[in-house]
Design a protein around this ligand. Sequence first.
Ligand code: NAP
Length: 244
Amino acid sequence: MADMTGQVALVTGGGRGIGAAISRRLAERGVRVAIGYSNSPDGAQKIADDYPGCSIHQGDIGKKEDCQRVVDEVLEQHGQLDVLVNNAGITADKMMHKMETDEWDSVIQVNLSGTFYLTRLAFLHMSERETGRIVNISSVIGEQGNMGQANYSAAKSGLFGLTMSVAQEAARKGVTVNCVAPGYIETDMTANVPDKVRDKIVSGIPMRRLGQPDEVARVVEFLADPDSIYITGQVYSVNGGMAM
Ligand code: NAP
C-alpha cells in the first residue's frame, strides 16, 4: 500500500453506515477526509473530531448547485482532491405499478445524477493534476434487480455504465473510476427490514449473514490507493457470495 498521508478524499454520506467506515479507513491512512452529509451532521462531526484534518460538508447531492458548493468548499479548505467516493444513496421502495413519479425521480436524482454531478466536478480537477481515484458505490440490486426496487436498481445499474464510460475517458489522465457493489450490509438502510424478509434474504446469501460496513470499506480503500493505478472500469462485488 502506498503512502496516502496528506491526500484529500471526499466521501459523500460519509458520516454513517458504509460511508462512515470508508471515512474512518481513509482517515487511518492519513487522508484528510471531507465528510459529506445531507441532514444528520452528528456522525460526520464525530469522525472529524476523531481525526484532525478532516472536515464536514453539508449538501444534497441530488442538487447540482450543492455539489458545486461542496467541491468548492473542499478545494478551498484542502487545496486538492485526490479521491472521490460516491457513497450517498437513498431508497424509496414500492412495486413498480404503484411507484409514484417523484419516488422514481428522487432515487435516480440522488443515486445516479448526484454521482454524475460530483464525478464531473472532481474529474475536471483531477485531470488537471493527472491523478485521481473515483469509487462509486453501486449494489447487488444493480446486478440482479429486485422486486419493489425498480428505481433503485435502475440507478445502481446506471452506475455501472457511468463508471465504465468515465473510466475510458479518464484513463489517459491518470484517473481511475471503479464501482463497489455491496450485497446486504448492516446499516440504517437495512435496519427496518422486517424479520421475516431479513430471514429470507439471509437464506439466499451463501455466507448466511449480512455484511459489515467495514467489509465494504476495505475494498474502497484498496481502490483508492495510489498503487491501484492499473485497475479501472471494474466492479468489485462484496456480497457474501450472493451473486456470482
Ligand atoms: P445509510 O446508512 O442509509 O446512509 C446513507 C448516507 O447517504 C447518509 O450518510 C446520508 O446522509 C447520505 N445521503 C442520503 N441522501 C443524501 C443526499 N441527497 N445528499 C447527500 N447525502 C445523502 O446507507 P448505507 O447503507 O450506508 O449505504 C451507503 C451506500 O451503499 C448507498 O449508496 C447504498 O445504496 C449502498 N448500498 C447499501 C447496501 C446496504 O445493504 N446497506 C447495499 C448495497 C449498496 P445523512 O446522514 O445526512 O442523512
